[in-house]
Design a protein around this ligand. Structure first.
Ligand SMILES: [Zn+2]
Ligand SMILES: [Zn+2]
Length: 243
């Protein structure tokens, strides 16, 4: 009989303030994103300093190379199509088309996540969002609707119950999956039984846990960054151009 190894850890549900993916202030649609340098009382104070964290999330529909960067077309959380997320290298070095597509950067249907994007101050009525630092960008290889579905499970009260089928145990004796820190179990036996089902979902939930673990309602310089170790992240790919 094969040994099933499942990740397990003590229960620690850690949901940071404002970290629900449905929160339209933390995760604004394009229409609510701030304009660079313009005080709005929510994202930017009178001196243009950030008042809190924010993050644009959208589904990638198309990718285009620009002379010194790229432009990705995405659909935002409220279904607005063709929002252009624009990145330009500061040093003017070309990003090569072959490299971009060869590395699967522009993955249609994947979720693009951008921290602290701004509308272009020179053209705030356009459909462009500007991002200048590749460590603020990440591509999550899952559909946005999948992430939202897990988000809703995480925030529902039932997430404090054992998620194994036909089990209704809840309370302080629960353990959590150490892979995603979202799925909870009453026992190792139930976790092991659920693992074949949870295995794939665990990756989606783990991608989500990066957001739910943070407090989004304040701003502490220099702000959030994505970790360097996500092989699918755009940041990792872009860093490879810095040779
Ligand atoms: Zn159970
Ligand atoms: Zn898991």
């Amino acid at each position: 009989m094969p040994v099933v190894e499942v990740p397990v850890a003590p229960l620690l549900i850690r949901a940071g303030p404002g970290s629900n993916l449905r929160d339209r202030t933390t995760f604004p649609p394009f229409a609510r994103c701030p304009v660079a340098g313009r005080a709005d009382g929510t994202y930017l104070g009178p001196d243009g300093q950030p008042l809190r964290h924010w993050c644009f999330v959208g589904e990638i529909t198309r990718g285009e190379l620009r002379p010194v960067g790229f432009e990705l077309a995405v659909t935002d959380v409220e279904g607005r199509e063709d929002v252009r997320v624009c990145y330009e290298r500061g040093d003017g070095v070309d990003v090569r088309v072959d490299d971009m597509y060869g590395r699967g950067v522009s993955s249609i249907g994947d979720t693009l996540v951008v921290l602290y994007p701004y509308k272009d101050a020179l053209d705030p009525d356009s459909n462009r969002l500007i991002v200048q630092d590749p460590t603020l960008i990440q591509v999550i290889p899952h559909k946005l609707e999948e992430l939202l579905a897990f988000n809703d499970v995480f925030w529902s009260t039932s997430s404090k119950m054992c998620v194994a089928p036909d089990c209704v145990k809840s309370g302080s004796g629960l353990m959590q999956c150490s892979g995603c820190r979202a799925a909870t179990y009453c026992s190792r036996e139930h976790q092991t039984r659920h693992w074949p089902t949870h295995k794939r979902d665990c990756k989606v939930a783990a991608a989500l846990s990066a957001f739910t673990g943070w407090d989004w309602t304040t701003y502490e310089a220099p702000g959030f960054r994505f970790s360097q170790n996500t092989s699918d992240s755009l940041q990792a790919i872009l860093h490879s151009y810095s040779r």
